[in-house]
Design a binder for this molecule. Structure first.
Ligand SMILES: *[C@@H]1O[C@H](CO)[C@@H](O)[C@H](O)[C@H]1NC(C)=O
Ligand SMILES: [Mg+2]
Length: 260
């Protein structure tokens, strides 16, 4: 079967090659041939896709780092088109929902955004740390946060601007510490985010809590203040699950790390 496929691929590329180059091995589309020749690589790809789907469906919790054999896979997903296309899909769907919301009422209809890997991308940091192959190191990560150079996630910025223009109150709810407030504000402004209603960070009494607990408590407080939480965007299930959940939530892809 594999031999037959090779023959078919060979025949299909023949018309593309110049006659004098046909038997020059350099003109073959090498990645294609290598992929077909290496059933092992194909299997690893499938296993890693399966792993990523299980991550996104929240079937794997908790996990500490990506599987060794999926290092290249996750790097390629994050840096080639896959991640971007998945982000666009989630944000487009969120936009369709946002436009369908009846905005009449007391003006306290809210959309919550998480910050890291939702509004801001830490991909430059994770590129230096194996895209999740290394166990999370909060000291090193804090050093990166304190530079304040995380770029915007473009599809989130587009959604952000749309929900603002629809009249949602935008609440930013992040696991970042209160001591990073001013650098986080600078970074968000630098990345193009504007006019949020509140930026909620972890205060000292929140530090022992899981993200699910902390974010649930903060959502409950928002509801007590009269907000109607109709939309929520986050890259972690702990941004979304718990109590006082949003009417609709949108899970952005993140195969690099898991926060309980
Ligand atoms: C929107 O809500 C208001 C008040 O809750 C209601 O009067 C109005 O009919 C609703 N509009 C639509 C299109 O459902
Ligand atoms: Mg996040």
């Amino acid at each position: 079967m594999i031999f037959l496929k090779k023959i078919l691929i060979f025949l299909s590329i023949l018309p593309l090659a110049l006659p004098q180059d046909i038997f020059d091995p350099d003109t073959f589309p090498r990645p294609l041939i290598i992929e077909i020749n290496e059933p092992h690589l194909k299997e690893v790809q499938l296993q890693c896709t399966s792993w990523r789907v299980a991550v996104e469906a929240n079937n794997l919790s908790p996990w500490k780092k990506i599987p060794e054999e999926c290092g290249d896979y996750v790097r390629d997903y994050m840096t080639q088109k896959g991640y971007e296309i998945d982000l666009q899909r989630v944000c487009n769907e969120a936009g369709i929902y946002a436009r369908s919301v009846n905005m009449s009422g007391d003006g306290k209809i809210a959309w919550i955004f998480d910050v890291d890997e939702t509004l801001l991308s830490n991909l430059p940091y994770y590129a230096d740390h194996g895209y999740g192959l290394e166990i999370f190191d909060s000291t090193k990560f804090d050093q990166w946060v304190e530079i304040g150079m995380a770029p915007a996630i473009e599809s989130s910025l587009k959604l952000y601007e749309e929900v603002l223009s629809l009249g949602f109150k935008v609440i930013l709810l992040t696991g970042r510490s209160e001591r990073h407030r001013s650098i986080t504000v600078d970074n968000l402004l630098q990345a193009g985010y504007r006019n949020w209603d509140k930026l909620i960070l972890r205060s000292s009494e929140d530090h022992g809590k899981t993200a699910t607990m902390y974010k649930s408590e903060k959502r409950s407080e928002l509801v007590e203040e009269g907000y109607h939480i109709l939309g929520n965007s986050g890259d972690q299930w702990s941004d979304i699950l718990g109590s006082s959940m949003s009417k609709r939530s949108f899970k952005l892809p993140n195969p690099m790390y898991y926060i309980p």
